[in-house]
Design a protein around this ligand. Structure first.
Ligand code: PSV
Ligand code: MN
Ligand code: MN
Length: 424
């Protein structure tokens, strides 16, 4: 264990009076206070295994030191995050970056930290050594049936690893696309993708799901075969009830109205879940809430309203995951910030006066609608989240405890300065 519970308790004790004052102030105006706190307590966000190392750029990579060298160490890092925030109770693996050589042993390490396995991710966007056919021109959409077969088999293998670990969803992101007009026949590429996904779908265990991620560009720059939510939804509808659309916030062209997309996917029962991150330009994978927290709040407002309308449990009906990684911050600190930002947006959305908003919408009162949304958005909900963490046994100030315990320096001593976690 990287973080002793007694150290968290000591730190909480020191902050206790200040917290109580701040909590009482905001709590006085919250209707259904206990229900709100309980919902925040139940809400967890999965951590991707590839976010625990410092991300590289096209131009270089600068290790922060003490990065996890093995899957066990990645799990240990997520365990530290969860011990502090009590909101990150699962890890999402990317195969083959994270091959579990002994599933039972890996499951035991995870259980020791109170963690389970979220969706497993396949990787057909890189060639692995010993791989016979190349993905240079795509994988599931490839013009060559043999390449498609290899990629389908990889996805089926990923499902097998997931089954052993107790996961129940396969997340598929394809880099498949083209960089020049004329390079690709769009319809053939789409049909090939559909057929390949149908083969993967047929291999899903009864209680499994497949989540189809979309992205408009990168690594190819003219077309992407699953480029937007329309293409993903088309595939998901053709595949069947186990298939749905995964929304990665960074996978939209600038200024796209993501909250509207989310609302309609939810209406159709086809919202698989999220890859949370933030961005200024494209798939920047920056810390959640660091650039556009209002957009995040508006997304959560649609989620809460749409889920309540359909009677869906917020915490468990869809997949909640971070997908962020960059080369500036300590990854554990970055992930603590991202989880906090997600919970802030969620808590603010829980405070929206839905009855008043509905009335404003029905009477076309745009001024009142804005006031209602922004009253919730401008509420400082941090004491509510801290209280929920406290009730779960976490830290009032996770980042503060992480820094005061010097966790990173200890990791560097144990693992070394020039460590490289597998991932991008
Ligand atoms: C692609 O940009 C992506 O968002 C997909 O989710 C991948 O699985 C992940 O990043 C890691 O490369
Ligand atoms: Mn993603
Ligand atoms: Mn991405």
């Amino acid at each position: 264990m990287l973080i002793e519970k007694s150290r968290i308790d000591e730190a909480n004790h020191q902050l206790s009076n200040k917290h109580q004052r701040q909590f009482d102030y905001v709590a006085a105006d919250v209707k259904n206070l206990d229900e709100v706190i309980q919902k925040i307590q139940a809400f967890n966000i999965a951590i991707p295994s590839w976010a625990l190392g410092t991300g590289g750029t096209r131009f270089g990579r600068f290790s922060g030191g003490g990065e996890p060298r093995t899957l066990e160490e990645k799990i240990e890092d997520v365990g530290a995050i969860h011990a502090l925030n009590k909101s990150s109770n699962s890890i999402s693996l990317h195969i083959p970056w994270d091959i579990p050589s002994n599933a039972d042993a890996i499951k035991a390490v995870a259980a020791h930290h109170g963690l389970r396995f979220d969706a497993v991710n396949s990787n057909t966007f890189q060639d692995q050594k010993d791989q016979s056919l190349s993905y240079k021109f795509g994988s599931l959409h490839h013009s060559d049936k043999a390449v498609r077969k290899q990629a389908v088999e990889h996805n089926i293998e990923v499902i097998k690893y997931g089954v052993e670990l107790g996961s129940n969803a396969l997340s598929v992101w394809l880099a498949d696309g083209s960089s020049f007009p004329g390079q690709l026949n769009f319809r053939n590429a789409f049909q090939n993708t559909l057929e390949s996904l149908q083969e993967i779908y047929a291999a899903l265990p009864q209680d499994w799901k497949v989540w189809v991620e979309y992205k408009p560009y990168e690594p190819y720059f003219y077309s992407t075969t699953i480029g937007d939510w329309g293409q993903s939804l088309l595939l998901a509808n053709k595949l069947g009830p186990k298939a749905s659309t995964l929304v990665d916030l960074g996978h939209h062209l600038p200024n796209t109205n993501i909250e509207q997309i989310v609302s309609l996917l939810l209406m159709e029962g086809k919202l698989a879940g999220f890859h949370f991150n933030d961005s200024k330009y494209g798939d920047d994978d920056l810390t959640v809430g660091s650039i556009n927290p209002y957009q995040l709040f508006l997304i959560f407002n649609e989620l809460v309203e749409g889920m309540d309308a359909r009677g869906m449990a917020h915490a468990t009906s869809i997949g909640w995951m971070i997908d962020a990684s960059h080369n500036v911050k300590d990854p554990i600190e970055d992930l603590l910030q991202s989880v906090e930002a997600i919970k802030i947006a969620y808590a603010q959305a829980l405070l929206v006066d839905t009855a008043a908003l509905k009335q404003a919408q029905e009477s076309n009162d745009a001024v009142a609608a804005q006031e209602i949304l922004q009253a919730a958005y401008r509420t400082d909900v941090r004491p509510l989240i801290a209280e929920a963490r406290l009730r779960e046994g976490g830290a009032l100030n996770p980042l503060g405890v992480y820094r005061s315990l010097d966790v990173r320096s200890n990791l560097i001593k144990e693992r070394g300065q020039n460590t490289v976690a597998t991932g991008l």
